[in-house]
Design a protein around this ligand. Structure first.
Ligand SMILES: *Cc1c(COP(=O)(O)O)cnc(C)c1O
Length: 389
């Protein structure tokens, strides 16, 4: 048994991820779980194992290294590496471990062809499957539609490589106000996909996908052959705070984070608390010092806003909400428990999760934090995790 290095308990309920997957797969028809970045902090292998058990046949990770780890853990299904190969060792891993890469520039095809040729010098190799990534408006990775003719002629000349998938990624699917940009990206992708289907390269069997969680839920026309949901698998509503909130209902968050009360103390009216004395007690108060801080990826940005009356964030204990007081420290944060008199040292405080009206939802914590649930999950998930069975 390993000794926990900090006081934070991150508990993952994978059955909620399974519930969300089933819902998304039912709506989309063919959902490929996106489990990059350690399954958004929920655990790469544990998440994949649970979804594999309920029939997920393909997984999408970020790096080729993540894909190799998944293979190492015994997954025999299709594994997509969304970031594509970046180094000599990545290209070798693709071939050795049968990983399907997203390819977004010609040089990657050339290096893949070289790798295959070098390997097949000793034994004949089957053509390597690839997914072509197209940039339709995100302007990060991918071939542009203008590059398509030269891409097609390169592929026609190299039968060491076999195109099995074409993909693109949407920039605004979670924002009802930016529907037009989604339509524009979809139109561009539609043109690319049909050009590939009518070429000798892709063929009619080419699999296409463009939908992330938000598009899977909100754009039936964009469900295509498969979909790539990430955030909704982990129970956050991509439409939180928008007119489409209803479309993301029924998803169950899977991450619960707690920390212990280290000490309960009194703060006399006028006394200050924590570094910088940014908070002075307006009356006599009870304070709980909770064992979580920015070293545990609980951001210092949740400190009381100076000059503002509102707290930077809340925790939950004994089913009630307690506001943060003063600055979040490295391994400690103070909360106001004046109205929760039953608080004792050793109590567990909820930082994220719980049920009922006072649950700390990922969307709410992200709002206080000034970010999105994606980042909250990825960061809090860096702490030691445990799994509910
Ligand atoms: C992360 C990612 C997704 C998943 O997006 P969500 O908004 O989390 O559903 C899908 N496709 C690609 C290429 C990604 O990088």
């Amino acid at each position: 048994m390993s000794i926990p290095y900090n006081n934070i308990d991150v508990c993952i309920d994978v059955s909620n991820i399974v519930h969300n997957y089933k819902q998304l797969d039912h709506v989309g028809g063919n959902a490929i779980p996106v489990i990059k970045s350690d399954a958004y902090g929920h655990g790469l292998i544990e998440t994949a194992r649970a979804l594999d058990n309920v029939g997920a046949a393909t997984f999408a990770v970020g790096t080729v290294g993540e894909a190799a780890l998944l293979r190492e853990a015994g997954f025999s299904g299709r594994i997509i590496a969304l970031l594509g190969p970046q180094s000599r060792s990545d290209f070798n891993l693709l071939c050795e471990r049968n990983i399907l890469p997203f390819i977004s520039r010609l040089e990657q095809l050339e290096l893949l062809h070289e790798t295959i040729s070098a390997r097949s010098a000793s034994m004949p190799a089957a053509p390597a499957p690839v997914a072509l990534k197209f940039d339709t408006g995100m302007a990060r990775l991918g071939f542009t539609p203008e590059e398509l003719p030269s891409l097609l002629s390169w592929l026609e000349e190299h039968d060491s490589i076999h195109v099995v998938m074409a993909s693109s990624h949407l920039a605004t699917a979670d924002d009802p106000e930016q529907k037009n940009f989604v339509k524009e990206q979809a139109r561009i992708f539609g043109g690319v996909a049909s050009a590939l289907r009518f070429s000798n390269v892709g063929g009619a069997l080419l699999e296409t996908n463009i939908a992330n969680s938000a598009a899977l839920l909100a754009y039936p026309d964009l469900r295509l052959d498969s979909q790539r949901p990430g955030i909704a698998l982990y129970g956050a509503n991509p439409f939180h705070g928008t007119a489409w909130e209803e479309k993301g209902r029924g998803l169950l968050p899977a991450m619960n984070v707690t920390a212990p009360v280290l000490q309960v103390r009194t703060l006399k009216k006028g006394q200050s608390i924590s570094y910088g004395r940014t908070f002075h007690a307006p009356r006599d108060m009870r304070v709980a010092i909770v064992g979580v801080g920015y070293a545990d990826c609980y951001t210092r940005g949740l400190s009381t806003r100076e000059g503002a009356s509102g707290s930077g964030g809340w925790m939950q204990l004994h089913g009630k909400r307690a506001p943060i007081m003063g600055r979040v420290c490295m391994q400690m944060t103070a909360v106001d428990v004046t109205d929760i008199p039953e608080t004792r040292a050793g109590d567990r405080v909820l930082i994220l999760g719980g049920s009922g009206a006072n649950a700390i939802t990922p969307e709410e914590l992200a709002g206080w934090w000034g970010t999105i649930p994606y980042e909250v999950f990825c960061l809090l998930g860096l702490n030691k995790r445990r799994y509910l069975d």
